[in-house]
Design a protein around this ligand. Structure first.
Ligand code: N01
Length: 544
């Protein structure tokens, strides 16, 4: 590690060069604010750079899971499928980086390790794992909500003689499972996508399931010229409408409560949505996430589908989710997931009945039996929403560590700022709709808000801004209150921090919807940023 003697000064430092970091660089450049992004990977793309597991695919339609800020960009890019796969999304990210000439402002293969607020200089002192040191007026964390991959604490992982993979840190050269005996641990979104693809290559596949999930078929297929053309002709209006939707996705969101129609009508609606595929299933009725009785009807419909798709009734019963209302854990979207369990070389182990006790040199020991395998794929998820932020030693005013400030769970104002941490901005942080929405729509909204705030600072001759503790407390209470009006807190989900032993349990994203949230943020900016405190530039100069 080379230790650079003198830290470099930069106006704005961005951490991460995924979709958030890239758009930030573009916007900051447009404002004339000198900016640099640090990126741990050796390429752009964030999530889509790391998650290269077989079958990785977005479950928001490609025409919508793409930047909307540039008409030229959205007109010139052509998607090949209804739901793009990871390689195509990564190509798109690289295209954007080239098209906007972003790479010259990205420092790749460099991880921020610490960021300490310097009160006198009103700046962030940032250190990295390469020894590069920076002093930045503004620090913007575009570190991703699902980027801290997590291996479970199963004893013996290091003893395993074969290969170990995590879906979120997949080898760039790919993995050939042909002829192998493979174990997949976990049955969340990543596993549900990977399992059917791995099953095509593997000689034997054993899936270790702790909690079954609800999954809806994607009905993915090639993009048609008609469909893409209709979007492209109408992009500005459709993007504008999507930004006001609850999820930031333009789809048919029913206004009808489920129990206000007959059972036959309900079933017809579920059948139509099941046939159309994708997450829009959860928008079949207006109250599926707020009324348990309504939710039960959708859950029971999917349970019946699972029983119909899986030929062995015992296996089907293991795959049927019962311990959470449908949609309160992230709904999964698949291509032939349930059907994969009809293949003779695919086995399912119910980890609740046969707990995994250890990993041995040969394989996975569960319920007293050893499952001998050549490779183990951990599809065990992430330290979501806070993991990448807390991985950096962040210290704000008076040396207070973010870890201390968030000891009882993340506390933010709007998911954008944290009291006591001036000029530190979060993109899609906890307390914002983020993971409950089309991430690119939420990213664009946050980046625009932050950049508008920075433009405000410059215009007004201000050097620093931060949220007031009172505004933060009010927002935390509001996030909590709207979450408890829904069924979400009934599930032990990563939304609640429940997948990480010892992590404080509280519902992290803002459930009130993208449109409502955008309005709140816009109103705050339009009214001169109530709930935020500012420092005048002269005060800093005087101190210097
Ligand atoms: O991770 P997860 P993921 N023993 O946390 C199990 C997004 N995403 O990578 O539920 C045995 O959902 C765990 O079991 P349990 C999307 O937002 C999107 O799949 O804790 N099992 C669970 O089954 C998604 O929600 C897309 O009981 C253990 C699994 O591992 C998020 O990323 C695609 C275990 C982890 O599931 C995360 O998805 C992929 C143990 N010790 C991901 N520890 C699309 O856009 C954990 N598990 C389509």
């Amino acid at each position: 590690m080379t230790r650079h003697t003198e830290p470099e000064r930069i106006e704005a430092l961005v951490i991460g060069a995924g979709f958030a970091g890239m758009y930030l660089l573009h916007r900051l450049r447009g404002l004339g604010i000198p900016a640099l992004a640090l990126e741990a990977g050796d390429g752009v793309g964030g999530t889509w750079y790391w998650n290269r597991y077989p079958g990785a695919r977005c479950d928001v339609e490609s025409m919508q899971y793409s930047y909307g800020f540039s008409e030229a960009l959205q007109q010139e890019w052509n998607w090949s499928e209804r739901f793009a796969g990871q390689p195509e999304i990564l190509r798109y990210a690289n295209h954007v980086a080239d098209r906007l000439d972003l790479r010259r402002d990205i420092c790749f293969s460099t991880r921020a390790t610490s960021a300490h607020w310097d009160e006198l200089g009103a700046s962030w002192m940032v250190e990295t794992d390469t020894g590069r040191r920076l002093i930045a007026r503004q620090l913007i964390l575009a570190t991703g909500c699902l980027s801290a991959a997590r291996l479970p604490d199963i004893p013996g992982i290091r003893d395993f003689a074969g290969k170990v993979y995590h879906t979120g840190q997949w080898p760039h050269e790919g993995v050939d499972f042909t002829g192998q005996r493979v174990a997949v641990i976990g049955t969340g979104s990543s596993a549900i996508q990977a399992i059917p693809v791995i099953a095509r290559e593997a000689a034997e596949l054993t899936v270790f399931q702790r909690t079954p999930n609800f999954s809806i078929p994607s009905r993915n297929g090639p993009m048609t010229e008609d469909y893409a053309g209709a979007w492209k002709q109408d992009y500005p209006a459709r993007r504008a409408a999507a930004r006001r939707m609850r999820t930031g996705i333009l789809y048919n969101l029913s206004q009808t409560p489920a129990m206000s129609v007959s059972e036959a009508e309900r079933r017809a609606e579920y059948e139509a949505r099941w046939a159309a595929g994708g997450t829009a299933f959860m928008a079949a009725f207006s109250d599926l996430l707020t009324n348990k009785e309504a939710n039960d009807t959708a859950a029971e419909f999917v349970r019946e589908k699972i029983r119909g798709l899986v030929k062995n009734p015992e296996v089907a019963e293991i795959l049927v989710p019962r311990n959470h209302p449908i949609g309160t854990k992230r709904i999964c979207v698949d291509t032939a997931y349930y059907e994969t369990f009809n293949l003779p070389h695919v086995r399912l182990v119910d980890v609740r009945k046969h707990p995994i006790t250890r990993i041995t040199a040969e394989g996975v020991e569960a319920g007293g039996a050893t499952h001998t395998v050549d490779s183990i794929v951990f599809a065990t998820g992430f330290d979501a929403m806070t993991g990448t932020i807390l991985a950096i030693d962040i210290r704000g005013r008076d040396g207070v560590a973010m870890r201390e400030a968030w000891a009882d769970g993340p506390r933010t104002h709007l998911g954008l700022m944290v009291a006591g941490f001036p000029n530190l901005f979060l993109i899609t942080g906890p307390g914002s709709p983020s993971v409950l929405s089309n991430m690119i729509v939420s990213i664009e909204q946050h980046v625009d808000w932050v950049c508008d705030a920075l433009a405000h600072l410059r215009r007004e001759g201000l050097s620093a801004m931060e949220t007031t503790p009172k505004a933060q407390e009010d927002w935390v209470a509001q996030v909590n209150e709207v979450a408890h009006r829904t069924l979400y807190p009934q599930a032990n989900s990563w939304y609640m921090g429940a997948n990480i032993p010892g992590k404080p349990q509280l519902f992290m994203p803002y459930v009130g919807g993208v449109g409502t949230y955008r309005q709140i943020c816009d109103d705050i900016a339009a009214n001169g940023y109530p709930g935020f405190a500012f420092t005048a530039a002269e005060q800093v100069k005087a101190a210097e």
